[in-house]
Design a protein around this ligand. Structure first.
Ligand code: CAO
Length: 420
């Protein structure tokens, strides 16, 4: 039986509304309650369901149309049983017989992702609104609703799956494809593997750890003098002594006084694992990108041992000769840009650690000495400490940097070079 389906009264004094989605096309088999179209009025979005079951013959509405109650929406061949009764109940039963799979123990079903499509996907206004707010492309979600509609559970399942991923998948999928060539010449340069892996780790660390960075500076004039002597003494041994071994030893001394900076949160997030070993991750700049090999047992090594270790790992890092063991087990990380330049930066914590020291280039500065009432030139090293605020309080971090500055300025603790 052919029947015209009209727009019902929209209530609440709504006289007309705009069509934001048409969910049916000629030839579609509709069950009762299947959505015919979605309207956006000034007051709300609403779905208009079918009160009949049957086959769509003709569609009179399109996205963007303004429609009024009583207006014809579609023509349907309404299903009629041989005895003249409509198939309503039968169709409803059929729909009910196809419950969506939803595991008992998970609140949302596992959602399959698919390639983005230029075709819009079927979903309810609420789902589309949430997706718009979170900048999620609904066409990549396989809908489990009727006619593959993306349901609220599908969207929630997708969001949960993205949150469980190690890297921020939502961010990646939220990046729109932009044709930059419309504004000028461009060149595509694929990121190499190191950059991609480091990028994912950095993004994860940045998104999951509440970072705070404390800035400070240290007078390293004495250290500068000590290094010059050592550098001359070791020149013939082909060992390059930079500031970094001194800084590493000063960091060990400070960490011994502030053990929570040499820790990790355990898997429950409810207790700290304090490490009694001092293995330092050292950020090394290589032609292929940033990598962080580990120098072990920094507390047991002399300045020369540390210098040779640094030469070894940085040279192997730059020749892609690091082994997996070289990258594991660090308890604290130092990133030194002192050989390059800049004053202060905000290093990103190297998980599962809770703090990272960023060292910047030292410069000579006129510093006022209140004791002698003189202005004295001092070699001043700016540095930054980023820390996990779940574990470390701001006061502790400021105390840590002040103590580190004191230790590094004093210079008396430096371990003598080893005999060889
Ligand atoms: N102030 C002044 N001079 C400094 C300095 C500082 N804080 N730190 C280093 N220098 C000097 C060194 O003493 C050396 O001078 P000499 O030739 O007179 O000895 C020169 O700068 C070059 O040092 P270097 O960088 O080769 O050696 P290093 O031991 O200081 O650092 C390494 C080694 C591997 C850490 C470094 O080469 C490197 O790769 N740094 C980049 C790390 C990075 O990219 N971090 C960014 C991470 S973003 O979070």
């Amino acid at each position: 039986m052919i029947k015209e389906i009209l727009l019902p009264d929209l209530g609440e004094g709504i006289e007309s509304a705009d069509v934001s989605d048409v969910m049916v096309a000629p030839g579609d088999a509709l069950a009762i309650d299947d959505i015919i179209l979605v309207l956006e009025s000034e007051k709300a979005s609403m779905e208009i369901p079918s009160e009949e079951a049957g086959t769509v013959q003709k569609v009179f509405i399109a996205v963007g149309d303004q429609v009024k109650p009583g207006e014809i929406l579609i023509i349907m061949d309404v299903a009629v049983e041989p005895d003249g009764k409509k198939e309503k109940i039968k169709l409803k039963q059929r729909v009910k017989q196809k419950p969506r799979e939803k595991p008992e123990d998970t609140p949302y079903p596992a959602i399959e992702e698919k390639e983005p499509s230029e075709k819009s996907s079927f979903s309810t206004p609420g789902v589309r609104k949430l997706a718009r707010e979170l900048e999620i492309d609904l066409t990549i979600i396989s809908g489990t609703g009727l006619k593959n509609r993306v349901t609220k559970d599908d969207l929630h399942g997708y969001i949960r799956a993205q949150m469980a991923k190690p890297a921020g998948g939502i961010l990646a999928t939220a990046m729109p494809a932009i044709d930059f060539s419309q504004w000028g010449k461009i060149e595509h340069q694929p990121l190499n593997k190191i950059k991609r892996i480091t990028g994912e780790r950095l993004q994860q660390a940045w998104q999951t750890i509440p970072h705070v960075t404390q800035f400070d500076q240290a007078d390293i004039s004495k250290l500068d003098a000590a290094r010059k002597v050592l550098k001359t003494e070791t020149a013939e041994k082909s060992i390059k002594v930079t500031f970094l071994p001194f800084i590493m030893q000063a960091a060990v001394e400070t960490l011994k006084e502030f053990p929570e900076f040499n820790s990790s949160l355990d898997h429950t997030g409810k207790s700290l694992v304090i490490k009694k070993y001092y293995h330092f991750g050292i950020a090394v700049d290589t032609p292929d990108g940033l990598t962080v090999p580990v120098v072990r047992d920094v507390d047991q090594k002399s300045l020369l041992d540390l210098s040779s270790n640094l030469m070894d790992i940085s040279s192997r890092a730059r020749r892609n000769k690091l082994k997996p063991e070289d990258m594991k087990g660090s308890s604290f990380t130092i990133s030194s840009l002192g050989g390059i330049g800049g004053t202060y930066f905000t290093p990103i914590i190297n998980p599962p650690e809770v703090a990272i020291l960023g060292v910047s280039k030292s410069t000579w500065k006129p510093i006022y000495d209140p004791e002698t009432k003189e202005i004295i030139p001092k070699y001043v090293m700016p540095f930054s400490l980023s820390y996990d605020h779940r574990v470390i309080d701001g006061a502790a971090a400021a105390a840590f940097t002040a103590r580190f500055a004191e230790i590094v300025s004093n210079g008396s603790f430096f371990k003598k070079p080893s005999a060889d």
